[in-house]
Write a protein that binds this ligand. Sequence first.
Ligand code: XMP
Length: 502
Amino acid sequence: MSTEKILVLDFGGQYKELIARAVRGLSVYSEIRGGDISAAEVKKLSPIGIILTGGPNSVYASTAPLCDPEIFTLGIPVLGICYGMQMMCHVLGGEVKAGARGEYGRVLVTPVPESGYAPFLSLMSHTDAVAVLPQGFTATAHTENCIAACKNAEKKLYGVQFHPESEHTEGGIEHIRHFLYNICNTKGDYKLDDYLEKQVAAIREKAGNEKILLGLSGGVDSSVCAALLSRAVPQQLVCIFVDHGFMRQNEGDEIEKAFANQNLQLIRVNAADRFLAKMKGVTEPEKKRKIIGEEFIRVFEEEAAKLGEIPFLAQGTIYPDIVESGGTHGATIKSHHNVGGLPENLAFAEIIEPLSGLFKDEVRVLGEKLGLPAALVHRQPFPGPGLAIRIMGEVTAEKLETLRASDAILREELDNAGIELNQYFTVLTDTFSVGVKGDYRTYDRVLAIRAVITSDFMTCECAQLPYEILLKLSSRLTSEISSVSRVVYDITSKPPATVEWE
Ligand code: XMP
């Protein structure tokens, strides 16, 4: 089992997860820590290398985060990226100057001849730059405006002004690989199987003979969490799946089926009527979300109470959830709350979060290793309130039927065409329009198609679906669903729109 790790010290850069993920992609375990970590703590963690991230500050700003200077004396290789390079040079006695000309976007980097590298385009995003290197450092690459890379080989300290973690830097990953394999001398033996084994052992030790309760939504994270827990403590895991009735066609049954042969007790609570009753007369999006969230908690609590005392609650929290909420890494078991809108004050002795060290794509790979169906492990995101926030206005049983049927047609057509997108669905608007079917005038609903491309869901672009697919969809949706008179395609990006309509 690999014990090597890289510490990624965060100075506020937006790419910290990208860096940590790139390191793991190169078979080396990585953890993100705050940039204010002390050298003593770093020593205790005994990383084989340290990467300092970029950040929005100037080293001269009064609030600029500087690292513990002792970190540079530990003999552990360091790679400073962007602000990380400037801060390292500043702390070690070099000089950083506000750039007369900042560099933003793809910029040509010219390595010194003896480095053996050819010139390459790199992603730059900086105003300040290192003007005078600290003693013992030499420049290893330049742009027209700045020192693009530097090193103190004797002390194993390296800096790059560009972003090697970005796909916009040519050969960027090779720079990270070089640092890991040639400077840190990693064995590169980090494997997800190790993570799995470690978690299985930890869960067994923690749970003893006690039961663990998990809220299973059918989403990727809670599903993989269920599969992992059932691998560790079969017969001790109880999953509650609250079917609020706002799932897609056959989805509830598919989730139940996917877990039928896993070693766990699955309680499916069919609460559709109860949720629908709560939706009566509610038209405001935020109200819908709030009511559904609260009702979800009520149902979960009621079902949990029926089971008697269960000391452990498991949640499918993943690493980005922890990093984004400012937590530190590592604990398999934490009081952080995430999945399914469960309340903080549930009466459990402890929370178990066995996926809290993994990135989303690692969770998917683990899910496949644990035998979950690929369709479940690679499913597109689906919001907690489900189809209720894809129906404008009041949610009724009839509208749900219409939306479900239209969503199924959309999925079928895109599957048939082999088109893979990050997210796609239909939206039932509250608008009626005049149409003609056969010899009759109709006055029916307008249905919208939403299909987006995104890498992080913080922003998105409309997918440019081929016209023939859109025309086929329009034809099928209006002919197979009698209450739809017209189909429109939502071409808005996010921002200014959001992915969902409500
Ligand atoms: P928006 O609409 O905010 O959506 O652009 C971004 C991504 O988040 C999903 N989403 C949710 N996921 N609970 C969730 O678990 C929610 O309440 C929720 N609302 C939106 C949305 O589907 C998209 O993938």
